[in-house]
Write a protein that binds this ligand. Structure first.
Ligand code: DGT
Ligand code: MG
Length: 580
């Protein structure tokens, strides 16, 4: 007999209040912030042959994210298209907005996902403010934003939610969670209004008790709005849990934490055949939707069944129970503390073809330069480390890691089987790389010659015959130079928190795109830019359960550059064939 749900599900942590922020049409908003007249125009941001995002005026006229440029021009001839290949402007804007949101937090649980999403765990602020409420006059309440200055805050009505709710017929419910979420919704409203007033950026916010639910529910009213998932959350006798009824209708591939490959396997299991795909650029979009409810209620479904369905090479231990929890809207992962220094810095690029030593050396040199540059930006205590040398290292990476993704040799029939596993080799990072007086170019050259070539030979002992689709260079194993911070393990680096410019740089960096005949580079996807710590085992893995083990198997479409899971590649190529 199956164990009762309560025995197998991790308990839901409904004592928390968590906000999820998603900036509206982020890349387009960055251009609009630089040139506000663009706001009234249909605006799209181009990377290679696709529109990675467009503003809401463009969406009103029929454009959408991840559309081919030629389609966009056909649908909306007066669309203004700007080039978004240089991601540094997005990184900078993201950092500024993050610092703004983080400044509201008391507990410093402020976690970024990619460039344009942030979670804040505001539980402590809510609890404190509930303790201040006057139960006889909830309508005229005041939310205190700073404990040491009770005049800093805003007036609000604690008897109702701010903004829309799910379900939308907000029946009065007097459980304590209801009051906590009401306060959360008012704080969300205040912060996103302030964000817009101070920076011009609009955002969409979800309010709930976990990262999963706040992220999902925020999507219900876009753009420039917010949504609270209201109680009851728990399954009680005679009551339907709003959590389950909310999550039940979602296609399983839309649940954060269930990545495209896992979703594909679950669909296969439920449908008992290979699911058909939509033709189009957005990979993994299935024609045959399988909802959370269908999976949950499928005959014989249990964590053990999911374990069997999802088991495979590289599947993490406990995948079944983890997925089972997500299907019930249960996610107990914490919102991470803001970090003083990244746990690693990683630079990578992907190639259509990289199979000669001279080209490899050139790419290693380029990646090394970018890596050292980013190390100096993220880990050195100067506001502009490139100008004010020498600065001081806040953390010393102790290890360097080289990873490659080799293509398999041709089969006897001339075809090539796809395998996209990365292989890695790590070595101690030579000390000279930490010199702040030497020129980056010189250091990079030395690193390649002294260390990286030997590391490469360990991975690829054969003289020729290799062909790489990706090279990644990372420094890891950070020894912080100090640490009273929550994330530090050494001496005092608290000063770092005080310097806005030096904290929270984007922790993953990528080489600039340049097209060369030998090593043609293709555009980055959202996964690579920001979501990489979700999907890429080389980046920021330690934080939370949002790691999906699978998308390393993605391959880049040589036509549009989309990162596409292998199983969807055929359907994706059919899309281009039809499109020609
Ligand atoms: P939204 O949130 O629907 O109002 O629109 P965005 O543009 O903020 O979209 P979102 O939140 O999914 O992604 C944030 C930014 O990340 C977006 O402005 C462009 C970039 N991005 C998203 N998906 C992809 C992708 O598949 N490839 C590339 N290269 N960039 C992407
Ligand atoms: Mg967004």
């Amino acid at each position: 007999m199956l164990p009762a749900k309560s025995q197998v599900l991790p308990s839901r942590r409904d004592d928390r209040v968590i906000l999820h922020f998603d900036y509206d049409c982020f890349y387009a908003s960055v251009f609009e912030a630089e040139n506000p007249t663009l706001k009234a125009e249909p605006l799209a941001v181009q990377q290679k042959q696709i529109i990675v995002t467009c503003n809401y005026e463009a969406r009103r006229r029929g454009l959408r994210k991840l559309q081919l440029i030629k389609d966009a021009r056909r649908i909306c001839p007066d669309v203004i298209i700007v080039l978004g290949e240089d991601i540094s402007r997005f990184r900078d804007a993201s950092k500024t907005l993050y610092q703004f949101l983080r400044s509201f937090s008391w507990n410093d649980r402020a976690e970024r996902l990619g460039f344009d999403e942030v979670w804040l765990d505001i539980t402590d602020m809510i609890e404190y403010n509930i303790s201040l409420l006057n139960p006889h006059d909830l309508v005229q309440s005041f939310f205190v934003l700073q404990k040491d200055d009770p005049t800093q805050g805003f007036a609000f009505n604690a008897t109702c939610y701010a903004g829309p709710t799910v379900p939308d017929n907000a029946s009065t419910n007097d459980e304590p969670l209801s009051l906590r979420l009401k306060l959360g919704s008012h704080l969300a409203f205040y912060i996103r209004t302030e964000l817009e007033r101070r920076t011009g950026y609009t955002s969409t916010v979800g309010i709930s008790t976990s990262k999963l639910l706040s992220k999902l529910v925020g999507n219900m009213h876009k753009p420039k709005d917010q949504t609270t998932l209201i109680p009851p959350y728990a399954c009680q006798e005679g009551q339907v849990s709003n959590v389950e009824s909310f999550i039940d209708d979602y296609e399983i591939g839309k649940i954060p934490g269930i990545g495209s490959k896992l979703a594909h396997r679950i669909r296969q299991h439920i449908l008992q055949h290979e699911p058909d795909f939509e033709k189009g650029l957005v990979y993994g979009e299935t024609k045959e939707n399988v909802t959370v409810k269908e999976v949950r209620l499928a005959e014989g479904m249990s964590p053990e069944t999911l374990d069997k369905v999802l088991a495979g090479p590289g599947s993490p231990h406990g995948i079944g129970i983890k997925m089972w929890a997500l299907l019930h809207g249960v996610d107990d992962t914490e919102v991470s503390f803001a970090k003083a220094v990244p746990s690693q810095i990683s630079i990578e690029d992907s190639y259509i073809r990289l199979d000669t030593l001279p080209e490899l050396l050139k790419q290693l040199k380029m990646l090394s330069c970018r890596l050292i540059e980013r190390m100096r930006i993220d880990l050195v205590t100067s506001d502009d480390s490139r100008i004010r040398l020498p600065g001081k290292w806040l953390a010393h990476p102790k290890t360097i890691r080289l990873s490659t993704r080799p293509r398999l040799p041709l089969n006897p029939d001339g075809t090539r089987s796809r395998s996209f596993k990365r292989i890695s080799h790590s070595a101690p990072l030579p000390n000279y790389v930490l010199s702040l007086t030497d020129n980056i170019d010189v250091l990079a050259e030395r690193l390649v010659n002294d260390t990286l070539i030997a590391m490469f030979r360990k991975l690829h002992p054969e003289k020729a015959g290799w062909n790489l689709s990706l090279v990644n260079l990372a420094v890891t194993n950070m020894a912080e130079a100090g640490g009273e911070s929550k994330t530090a393990n050494g001496r005092d680096i608290s000063s770092m928190f005080k310097r806005q410019e030096s904290v929270h740089k984007e922790f993953t960096a990528y080489a600039d795109e340049q097209s060369t005949p030998q090593a043609e580079l293709v555009p980055r996807t959202k996964m690579e830019e920001g979501y990489s710590h979700l999907v890429d085992s080389t980046v920021e893995l330690e934080d939370n359960s949002w790691v999906e083990e699978e998308d390393e198997d993605n391959e880049r479409c040589g036509i549009c550059g989309m990162s596409v899971p292998l199983f969807a590649m055929q359907a994706h190529m059919r899309f281009h064939e039809v499109d020609r």
